[in-house]
Design a protein. Structure first.
Lengths: 248, 222
């Protein structure tokens, strides 16, 4: 198999009761690639991300990380998840720990790395996202944008093979959206492998190597950003994009 | 004799203190057992099994609906009558306060668990934490934090409610106070106000620091 493939999704199906949320999606992400998932609310894009690191059971198909199946409820999942970083819409920082303790928890307790080495790396990453002076602060003392940047650092420090970003700016004020997305853009430029769910079209265009439009649980269109945003192949994509522009 | 002199006549003050000790003994033993059983009950209330949930719910509601005094009478007189076992007032009191404390603690524990948002579990799992690590480092510390102020409040309520046990013949602080007042009814008719004031301060000295402490904790966990 191809060494470059980080994650491979084959004919994935996800059903909540009667409701088919993902209806046969296949997708391959290569090393260093940034894939942006867009689509209307409820189209299944967040659910897709959650299936990729086994937070949801799936009802058909498979997810492979470096060829190894990601299976909900299996013991192997705990090991596999260390290779998948995930950042959520509502940050998910642990409120009873300082920013630094949040960040070093997984590398020290799960990966058994030395506390000193991890702390040094944490500090340099915090510096890089502009939070060098916030290491000893508690999450509640930080703005939403700062919390989200700290959450990104917390995912990065375990050196994941792929990062999943699930609408990470949806709960933020417009000004903070920018500071967070700049961090992500920086990651994309430096060759991180990422799947990003977002509603920020300008960001999607700047960050993506590939844009995927989902609707009704399937992939409607998949194209490089310059093609997708200028001259999409499908009518559905055109219609979706038109909802982001205004004219009178 | 002046009313306040009664407090310091003979060993009256010591007697009040030993009454206070009975109050505290009943409260502390009940609170201690309630904490252990309450955590178990609270954990049971969060399981998915409907039958377990229903049993817990019935227990909780039955305990809450009936006044503690009724429980004291039922256990103290009822058990003796129906089984012939002669419970001391203090044992009956500890049983009743444990039944009550367990129910309330259980509900607080349940509340603390369900108040931890789902994303706390998910971001812990997404970091690769195992189940035990997730609970030990992430969920339990937050649960304990949310729980502690409420548990302290419950404790002060339980301490104050132990005043009822004088009605089943336990000589706790209030009962001792009443005995002192009655014994000095003719010598110092206004002793009552002083004795009750002394008891008021005894309760205050125990409960006030606790509620200040719980308020501090509650503020900190915000």
């Amino acid at each position: 198999m191809n060494e470059d493939v980080v994650i491979e999704v084959r004919d994935l199906k996800k059903v909540f009761g009667e409701n088919v949320v993902i209806n046969g999606i296949s997708l391959t992400v290569k090393k260093g690639e940034t894939v942006v998932l867009i689509g209307p609310s409820g189209c299944g894009k967040s659910t897709l991300l959650r299936c990729l690191n086994g937070l949801e059971p799936i009802q058909g198909g498979s997810v492979l990380l470096h060829g190894e199946p990601v299976e909900y409820g299996k013991r192997s999942l705990y090991r596999i998840r260390q290779k998948i970083g995930m950042v959520f819409q509502d940050y998910g920082l642990f409120p009873h720990m300082t920013v630094l303790d949040n960040i070093i928890l997984a590398p020290v307790k799960v990966q058994k790395r030395s506390k000193q080495e991890v702390t040094e790396e944490a500090m340099s990453l915090l510096e890089r996202v502009g939070l060098g002076d916030k290491a000893k602060s508690y999450p509640s003392q930080l703005s939403g944008g700062q919390q989200q940047r700290a959450a990104i650092v917390r995912s990065l420090i375990v050196h994941p093979d792929i990062m999943l970003l699930d609408e990470i700016t949806a709960a933020l004020d417009p000004e903070m959206v920018h500071e967070v997305l700049n961090v992500v853009l920086d990651l994309a430029k430096n060759g991180s492998t990422m799947i990003i769910v977002t509603h920020e079209m300008a960001f999607a265009e700047a960050a993506a190597d590939r844009v995927i439009l989902m609707d009704g649980g399937i992939i409607v269109e998949e194209n490089p950003p310059e093609k997708f945003f200028r001259d999409p192949d499908t009518e559905r994509a055109r219609k979706f994009l038109s909802t982001f522009s205004y004219s009178r | 004799m002046k009313g306040y002199e009664v407090l310091f006549t003979g060993n009256n003050f010591l007697r009040l203190l030993s009454g206070l000790w009975v109050t505290l003994r009943i409260s502390l033993i009940s609170i201690g057992i309630s904490l252990v059983l309450g955590v178990l009950l609270g954990a049971a209330m969060t399981v998915r099994n409907k039958a377990v949930k229903a049993v817990c719910k019935v227990y909780l509601e039955v305990v809450r609906i009936m006044p503690q005094l009724v429980w004291l009478f039922i256990v103290f007189f009822g058990i003796t009558r129906s089984t012939g076992i002669n419970l001391s007032g203090e044992t009956a009191a500890i049983i009743v306060f444990t039944i009550w404390g367990t129910a309330e603690t259980g509900d607080l524990v349940r509340g603390a668990f369900v108040s931890i948002p789902a994303h706390q579990y998910e971001s812990g799992l997404a970091l690769g934490l195992g189940k035990a690590q997730l609970y030990f480092y992430v969920i339990l510390p937050q649960t304990v934090r949310r729980l502690t102020p409420n548990i302290i409040n419950l404790s002060t309520r339980m301490i104050k409610t132990t005043a009822l046990v004088s009605l089943i013949g336990v000589t706790e602080v209030l009962k001792v106070g009443k005995q002192i007042i009655d014994a000095n009814r003719y010598d110092a008719p206004d002793a009552a106000i002083w004795v009750y004031a002394a008891i008021f301060f005894m309760y205050f000295i125990i409960c006030f620091p606790l509620s200040v402490f719980s308020k501090k904790l509650a503020d900190r966990s915000k």
